[in-house]
Each structure stands twice: as structure tokens, then as C-alpha cells.
Design a protein around this ligand. Sequence first.
Ligand SMILES: [Zn+2]
Length: 199
Amino acid sequence: MKIIVPPREGRAVRVGRGQTIRIATPKGAQAADFFAYNAESPAEWLSANHTWVTTFNVKPREGDTLISRFRRPMLKFTRDGANGVHDMMIAACDQFRYEFFGFKGPHASCSENLCVAMRREGHQVDVIPQPINFFTNTFVEKDGSFTSPPNPVPPGAFVELEALMDLICVVSSCPFDLPVEGWTINAGAGPTELEVEVH
Ligand SMILES: [Zn+2]
């Protein structure tokens, strides 16, 4: 099964235990906010924060087991085709994030994309989990300061993850498109589509 997540939008896919989800950025440098829920009990969701205190790395790395907020294994990061350019620190963007940067009027966001995608699966989302942001370039300095330098992820870069339980996964093509110095989330050419395959 293969779907295209259009630029600025999100999609949910069911991934059965033992199946692999592959997420690709065909044009490169498109941040993919990734969320996952236990298909049987959506109160259990993938938690970036719980994961990185287990792997002792603020970046997800090939071979890592990604865990839920109940600290149970949800996914195995089996293949990294993006040279490690990922993030687990940035909260999902929302309307107020864009207003913070001075944007006027409604703006598409990963939080909204998640809520809509999950509603289509029959679930109300009240809490926005900390996503794993694939193809997102962030850097933590020695003094703790944090930036998002220009995104070097090439066209066709991908990640593959194996489901360790039945999951509903949500992938959002991050709509971030504001010119903010030191905060280059996408390529600068504007959000582009993502490709999601389940097999
Ligand atoms: Zn976003």
C-alpha cells in the first residue's frame, strides 16, 4: 500500500504488527512529523521523550526501539536512508506557533493535521504527543542552545520502521514556511509531499 501525503497535509495509516512503514521525501528536505498509536488502545501513543531517555540520544538512530508513554516497544527503526537527520525535540507546530512568529490568520499545522487524520480513523485527539520529526535538522550546542540549520536531506531520502504492535501511524508534511533566521525547518522552497508505504 502506497499513499502520497500532500504538502501541508497529514494522513493516518494502519500498520499491523510485523509490517514495515516506509516514509520518504521525494523532493528532499521535507520535515515529516510522525505519530503512532496503539490501534487497540489509542491512549497509548509513541513518546519521543520516553524513547530518548532509553536510547540516551536525542536523535532516533537506526536500530533503536521506539517506545510508548507506557514505555512499551512500539516500533523498531530498521533503516535510516536520511543520514541521521531527524529530531525528537520540536513540539508539533500549531496555530499559535505561527502567530508567535507574527503570522496573521489561520495557518495549516502538524497538530491540526494529526487531529483531522485521527478523526478520520474514529478517534478524538485531546493531547498532541511529542512527535518524532524525521528529515528535520536540529542541533544542540554545548551550552544547550538549540537551532534548526538549513536542511541537507537529499531527494528520495527515507526511513523504515517495523511495527512491534498493531498501530495507527500519522505522518504530517510539516507546513512550516516562514522565513525565520536560524530556524530552517523545511528546504525553504515551501512544503512538499511525502510518500508513505506499508508492506
Ligand atoms: Zn509542523
